[in-house]
Design a binder for this molecule. Structure first.
Ligand code: SF4
Ligand code: SF4
Length: 272
């Protein structure tokens, strides 16, 4: 139609204006009305409610539309619910007969959508609260179980310690001790001999190395350089001599210390 300025889904009183003609047809779509200014002239401006109660007389659900209007306008949704707002079938009869041209159905739709929104928010808040409470409960339970496990482990450790302290010390039989001692002494003597032999071999090797080492690139030297080299060689020989003397003395001290240790009687430990 050339004068079409919109589309209405549903009847002329209960229909809902479609935001676009691209909206699909659903099972509840009973009719589509092409709107025009001739069919639906602009509503005159709304005037204050004069409480004539014509709306109440026309209401098929036997509600109090004028009261619902006041509660919806004041956003007193609890009161609107108490006056059975959700029994309204949005037939539009009250708006049609209202002499003040008040769009009553729009007020009821607004109040219903606000209440649904509040309920949705309340449900989300309740779910979050329950989730938070369960999270706290689970944390407390985990802490308690952890503490119980630690206490149980402590008790087991203390019991094991007490059992160990109460048990008598286990000593090897006297015969076994007598049998073991000579072999141990033999092993110690063998190890000392091996150490002595190694020290002696190291000294001999160092002496041989010092004697056979010849300096390189010593041809065509000046007399001063030859004198410096001779002095260095003399110092080196002296250092080698001192080193071998100190090594021999250290090995002698080591052998002497070991001999003293072996000659001392064994000390008894305090626990025994
Ligand atoms: S019909 Fe309109 S003016 Fe009369 S009581 Fe109802 S809302 Fe108020
Ligand atoms: S729209 Fe609601 S309040 Fe108005 S007459 Fe219909 S049922 Fe009653």
């Amino acid at each position: 139609m050339p004068d079409t300025n919109g589309y209405l889904m549903g009847g002329p009183m209960m229909g809902i204006r479609l935001p676009s003609e691209q909206v699909g047809i659903i099972k509840a779509t009973n009719c589509i009305i092409a709107m025009s200014d001739v069919l639906f002239p602009p509503a005159p401006p709304a005037l204050p409610c004069i409480r004539c109660t014509r709306c109440a007389e026309a209401c098929p659900a036997e509600l109090q539309p004028q009261e619902l209007y006041w509660f919806a306008k004041a956003k007193n949704f609890d009161k609107a619910r108490k006056y059975n707002l959700f029994d309204c079938i949005e037939c539009g009869a009250c708006s049609y007969v209202c002499p003040s041209h008040i769009p009553l159905v729009q007020y009821y739709r607004f109040a219903k959508s606000e209440i649904w929104d509040q309920e949705s928010n309340q449900k989300a808040a309740d779910a979050a609260r329950v989730r938070h409470e369960y999270h706290e409960f689970r944390e407390e339970r985990e802490k308690r179980e952890k503490a119980e496990k630690l206490a149980e482990r402590d008790r087991a450790a203390q019991a094991a310690k007490a059992q160990k302290a109460a048990a008598p010390p286990t000593l090897p039989p006297a015969g076994e001790v007598a049998n073991v001692s000579p072999s141990a002494t033999t092993v110690e003597a063998d190890s000392e001999s091996a150490i002595q032999l190694k020290i002696q071999q190291a000294i001999e090797q160092a002496k041989l190395q010092a004697a056979t080492t010849t300096p390189k690139n010593t041809e065509q030297l000046t007399p001063e350089q030859r004198a410096q080299i001779a002095a260095i060689e003399a110092r080196r020989a002296h250092i080698h001599e001192l080193a071998s003397t100190s090594v021999e003395a250290s090995s002698a001290m080591l052998v002497e210390a070991n001999t003293e240790v072996k000659s001392q009687p064994p000390t008894q430990s305090p626990q025994e």
